[in-house]
Ligand binder design. Structure first.
Ligand code: PMP
Length: 388
């Protein structure tokens, strides 16, 4: 039986991405690796529309978040954390363990974090030096309006550190234009590469803070060491990186840039909106009510009678892997990831399978209204605006 991976990361790989991993491993001090590293830097810079350096940290999204926290927070620093789900909480927990004083603001799960929420938090804590935000909260399927948030903040503002783990490569993300100071992301979601890398991006302001700051308490996450390697004429890394994953990331980025990132963002949003319309036509409720804040990469749907885990198991039995609700949402919702190139056939596959899985566990739903879904699909083929 074919198994379909509809989890919000890791994601299925394109054939070319898989095949480059079979190539011989290059030594990380070789000329070949330096050329690869430079190419990946340039491709990531293209995607982010910024010429600033993009350190690649062995690990995952959490590793990249830890790298930011350990370099920019610590004993004596005051951090504002505005969270709308599990990953916002993770970021603040990392900062707390780094020794920072953390002021917390919680948005009800399913709702977005809006500019007024962040402005209010910054107004209450004018002495904070760091602000932690999540771009796409994967645990609830919310995509926060990061551009609007950053633009609403006054010039005198804390350093803005953003968890972009599930937004990079899925939605427009232009940190330099928007006024973000640092990003944490990963290889295995919207960039369609295998797991193994955390990805950071740093603004000139963030680099200045780094250069004036204390010594980083860990060697592994020392961003200054990564930056000095990237600034060399022949770029290098401070220690052995997952060379094979970097090669795969290079191939995946090539695919994204060849397709055209704007085209890709439109396709992801179109998929999400069509899938949501299909689920709603069956009588299901999307966890995020406000359509404009629904994530183009992950859809969270409520299942009647808290039966989400039963439905997920029934879906898995017929070959579709999805993700459950996290924390308090376990049983209430399940999540479908669509970070890659899912299109019309996958919409039909997911809707039909979901209808059958619900019936299997005794939940009767209306059949999906594919005619209406197709209309949404046709209508949504329009280039995205500034952010979404
Ligand atoms: N932040 C967000 C928004 C995420 O979606 C995830 C992974 N689901 C993480 C952080 C953690 O990333 P990783 O599992 O790669 O460490």
């Amino acid at each position: 039986m074919t198994r379909y991976l509809f989890t919000p990361g890791p994601v299925p790989l394109d054939g070319r991405v898989s095949s480059v991993m079979a190539e011989p491993v290059a030594g990380h001090r070789s000329r070949e690796f330096a050329v690869l590293l430079l190419r990946v830097q340039n491709r990531l810079r293209d995607l982010l529309r910024s010429a600033e350096p993009v350190p690649l940290i062995p690990g995952s999204g959490t590793g990249a978040m830890e790298a930011l926290a350990v370099n920019f927070t610590g004993p004596g620093s005051k951090v504002i954390s505005v969270s709308c789900g599990v990953f916002g909480e993770r970021f603040r927990e990392i900062a707390r363990r780094c020794g920072a004083e953390v002021a917390t603001f919680d948005i009800e799960p399913g709702r977005p974090c809006l500019p007024e929420d962040v402005l209010e938090a910054c107004r209450i804590h004018p002495d904070a030096d760091v602000l932690l935000l999540t771009h796409n909260e994967t645990s609830t399927g919310v995509c926060n309006p990061l551009e609007e948030i950053c633009r609403a903040l006054p010039k005198e503002r804390p350093l803005i550190l953003v968890d972009a783990v599930s937004s990079l490569g899925v939605v427009p993300l232009y940190p330099e234009e928007w006024g973000v100071d640092a990003l944490a992301s990963c290889s295995q979601k919207g960039l369609m590469a295998p797991p193994g890398l955390g990805i950071c991006w740093l603004s000139p302001r963030a680099r200045e803070v780094l250069s004036k700051g204390r010594e980083t308490p860990t060697v592994f996450f020392d961003l200054k060491a990564f930056l000095s390697g990237l600034e060399r004429e022949v770029p290098s890394v401070p220690y052995t990186p997952p060379v094979t994953v970097i090669r795969a990331l290079d191939a995946a980025l090539d695919g994204i840039l060849q397709e055209g990132s704007r085209k890709r963002f439109t396709a992801r949003r179109r998929f999400a909106r069509s899938l949501a319309a299909g689920m709603e036509s069956m009588g299901l409720k999307l966890f995020v009510e406000q359509k404009e804040h629904r994530s183009p990469g992950v859809t969270a749907v409520e299942i009647p009678e808290n039966r989400a885990e039963d439905v997920r198991k029934a879906l898995s039995d017929i070959g579709l892997e999805t993700a459950g609700g996290q924390g308090k949402l376990k049983g209430r919702i399940f999540r479908v990831g669509h970070f890659t190139r899912e299109d019309w056939p996958e919409i039909c596959l997911i809707l039909g399978s979901l209808w059958a899985a619900c019936r299997e566990v005794g939940i009767s739903l209306r059949e999906p209204d594919l005619k209406n879904v197709r209309e949404v699909y046709e209508r949504e083929d329009v280039p995205c605006g500034k952010s979404l």
